[in-house]
Design a protein around this ligand. Structure first.
Ligand SMILES: [Fe+2]
Length: 336
C-alpha cells in the first residue's frame, strides 16, 4: 500500500454526503488508512454532529439537502467552538464561481469528484498536520495562562487581579480606539504580564516588609523573564512588549529599559494604569486598600511626577467616575 508510510497522522473525520455510495466509498478509504470516520447524510446533520463529537476534519459534499456544503461550511467557520476544524469541500463542479463561494464560506480546501484517492489522502493529512500544530499552540497558550494564574494564586492579596487587569485593560484599550489585535494582546497580557515572577522566590514575593536592594534587583527581573517565557509563542508577538515594559515610567525612571514617553508602547501604558489602580484599591501585605478617590488622587500626583501617561489616565479616570464601569462596583465590593 503506497500510503502506509504516512499512517502516523490519524484523527476523526466527519464525512457529509447525501449519496450513500459516496459516504461508503470515503468511509472505507479513510478507515483503511487508520482514520476514525463518522458519516452523516446532509449539512444540517454535519453541524449537529460537531456539537457531539470531537472532529479533526470535515469533508463536505457541496450539493446536499437541508444545508448545502457552502452553508454548512459557513456555520462551522462562524462558530468559535468549531472554526479551527479544517473543511474540505467536495464537489462535482469545478468551476471558478463554486471555488470562490467556497473560499468565501471559509473552506480550507477543495476536491473535485470523482475523488482521486492519493490526492484526497495527501490533502487530508496535510490539513490534519496543520490542525495539530494549531492545537499544540492552543495547548501551549493555556499552559502559560495556567502558570500565570498559579503564580498569582500564591498571593491571597492579589486574588482575581489578573482577570480584572485583563478585562479592564481591554476595555480601556477599546475606549481609546486601539486596533482589535492590540485589544486581544491586552487581554492576554493582563493574565501573563507577571509570569516572570515564577523566577522570584516566594520569600521575596510574599515578604510583608520592605525589600532589600538585592531582593529588588531580583524582583525587577520579572518583566524580562516573562518576555523570555512567552517569546516562543508567535501568537504572543504583541503581548511581549506589554510584558517587558509594564514597569517603565514616562520620565525614564522605570525598568527594565528606562524607556521614556512614547517609546513605551501604548499597550504597556494602558496596562500599567490599570495595574497601579488595582494595586492601590486592594489590600496588600504592606497597606490597606485605598478608596477610589484616594487612589485616583495618588495616581494624579504620579502623573504630575511624570510617571504615567496623562491622556490614558484621564480616560481611565473618566471610565471609573462614569460609574457605568464595573471598576467602581468592584472597588465598592472590596470594602470601600
Ligand atoms: Fe509586574
Amino acid at each position: 500500500m503506497q500510503y502506509q508510510s504516512h499512517q502516523s497522522v490519524t484523527g476523526t473525520i466527519l464525512v457529509a454526503d447525501d449519496q450513500a455510495a459516496n459516504r461508503e466509498l470515503l468511509d472505507e478509504l479513510l478507515t483503511t488508512q487508520g482514520f476514525r470516520v463518522v458519516t452523516v447524510p446532509d449539512g444540517a446533520a454535519a453541524v449537529e454532529e460537531l456539537t457531539r463529537t470531537q472532529v479533526d476534519l470535515v469533508l463536505l459534499d457541496v450539493m446536499m439537502p437541508h444545508l448545502n456544503g457552502f452553508e454548512a461550511c459557513q456555520r462551522i467557520k462562524s462558530n468559535p467552538e468549531t472554526y479551527l476544524i479544517p473543511i474540505v469541500l467536495v464537489s462535482a463542479l469545478s468551476d471558478k464561481k463554486d471555488r470562490i463561494e467556497g473560499i468565501e464560506a471559509g473552506a480550507d480546501d477543495f476536491l473535485t469528484l470523482p475523488v482521486d484517492r492519493a490526492e484526497l489522502l495527501a490533502r487530508v493529512r496535510s490539513l490534519l498536520k496543520l490542525k495539530y500544530r494549531t492545537d499544540e499552540l492552543e495547548r501551549a497558550e493555556s499552559v502559560l495562562l495556567t502558570l500565570a494564574q498559579s503564580i498569582e494564586g500564591k498571593d491571597p492579596y492579589t486574588h482575581g487581579h489578573c482577570e480584572r487587569l485583563s478585562d479592564y485593560s481591554a476595555r480601556l484599550g477599546e475606549h481609546l480606539g486601539l486596533a482589535e489585535d492590540q485589544i486581544v494582546a491586552l487581554r492576554r497580557a493582563g493574565i501573563v504580564h507577571d509570569v516572570g515572577k515564577v523566577a522570584v522566590p516566594d520569600a521575596i514575593l510574599l515578604k510583608p516588609g520592605k525589600l532589600t536592594e538585592l531582593e529588588w534587583e531580583l524582583m525587577r527581573e520579572h518583566p524580562v523573564v516573562g518576555e523570555r517565557i512567552c517569546a516562543p509563542l508567535k501568537s504572543f508577538r504583541l503581548v511581549l512588549p506589554v510584558i517587558r515594559h509594564h514597569h517603565e515610567k514616562l520620565d525614564g525612571s522605570g525598568y527594565p529599559d528606562g524607556l521614556r514617553g512614547d517609546a513605551i508602547p501604548i499597550t504597556a501604558r494602558i496596562l500599567q494604569i490599570v495595574d497601579v489602580y488595582d494595586a492601590l484599591t486592594t489590600d496588600r501585605p504592606y497597606k490597606k486598600a485605598f478608596t477610589i478617590t484616594d487612589a485616583l488622587q495618588t495616581m494624579k500626583e504620579e502623573v504630575a511626577k511624570g510617571w504615567w501617561d496623562a491622556h490614558v489616565f484621564g480616560e481611565f479616570e473618566r471610565l471609573v467616575r462614569s460609574g457605568t464601569a464595573d471598576l467602581l462596583s468592584r472597588s465598592m465590593a472590596a470594602g470601600q
